[in-house]
Design a protein around this ligand. Structure first.
Ligand SMILES: [Zn+2]
Length: 269
């Protein structure tokens, strides 16, 4: 009987619902902590997310992967220690992003790769994966970004391309058209994790910004830094180009947050 009573008590003290947020695939949510206290922690999509202090408030940044299925997800907050624990549950309702869809037709030989190319593509993708997993100890007190280059958006984030009727992976970044040689600025302080010349991406730089944030720049004309370089926000590290599989000079800018591909636009100040 005693056991039964205790179980019942635990159930009725379980956390209550706080706020329900609306977001689209690829968005970065910035939400205030609904509970006070030390050791504040927030979990969503099976991961822990960084919390920053701004104007005396604790604000969590949560990145919604562009392919997270539209549904309602829990955001679980905890704070305190062994003696007293605060808990709260927020929710986020993820809606489908209104991503651009285009169909193109190309000759068959243009849409397939030979064995040597495939080998390079696989090695390139492994190098990128490794960069995404690197942990970087950079402290950005509020990781809002500035634009790396000014220009016209030529392909939006998550645009879906069908080549000869077959779906390609959604566009993982934002393409900004700009003349070859345009200087590329670090959108946020960071550490250069990777400088490489890749089969599809051309000359590529990846930068780690701490807290699971990594940005990638592809089709560059030139990288002006070496791996390991530390950059301040606004430092010039590369030139826009047309290398790799590219149909004109532009910057491909991608952002990964805790392994989730998010829209670079939602990271801007
Ligand atoms: Zn692109």
């Amino acid at each position: 009987m005693k056991t039964f009573f205790l179980t019942f008590l635990l159930l009725i003290t379980s956390p209550s619902w706080a706020t329900t947020y609306q977001a689209k695939q690829g968005d970065v949510l910035r939400i205030p902590a609904p509970i006070p206290g030390e050791n504040l922690n927030v979990q969503a999509f099976g991961k822990s997310w960084p919390i920053y202090e701004k104007d005396g408030k604790h604000i969590a940044w949560i990145g919604i992967h562009l392919s997270n299925k539209p549904a309602s997800y829990n955001i679980q907050w905890t704070s305190g220690g062994a003696a007293s624990v605060n808990q709260a549950l927020d929710k986020v309702e993820v809606q489908k992003g209104a991503f651009r869809i285009s169909h193109i037709t190309v000759e068959k030989k243009m849409s397939s790769f030979d064995e040597a190319a495939l080998k390079r593509i696989r090695a390139d993708s492994a190098a990128l994966k490794k960069a995404y997993k690197s942990s970087v100890s950079i402290n950005n007190s509020w990781p809002a970004m500035i634009l790396p280059v000014e220009g016209v958006v030529s392909t939006p984030f998550a645009a879906q391309r069908y080549v000869n009727g077959n779906a390609r992976s959604p566009h993982s970044g934002l393409d900004i058209a700009a003349p070859t040689g345009t200087r590329v600025k670090a959108p946020l302080a960071g550490k250069v994790l990777l400088v490489s010349d890749m089969f599809l991406n051309g000359i590529l730089v990846a930068i780690g910004h701490g807290d699971g944030l990594t940005t990638v720049y592809a089709h560059l004309n030139k990288a002006l830094v070496k791996e390991g370089a530390i950059l301040k926000q606004g430092d010039i590290f590369a030139e826009v180009g047309n290398t790799g599989r590219s149909t004109g000079p532009h910057l491909h800018w991608g952002v990964q947050f805790n392994g989730n591909k998010v829209s670079p636009k939602t990271m801007l100040q």
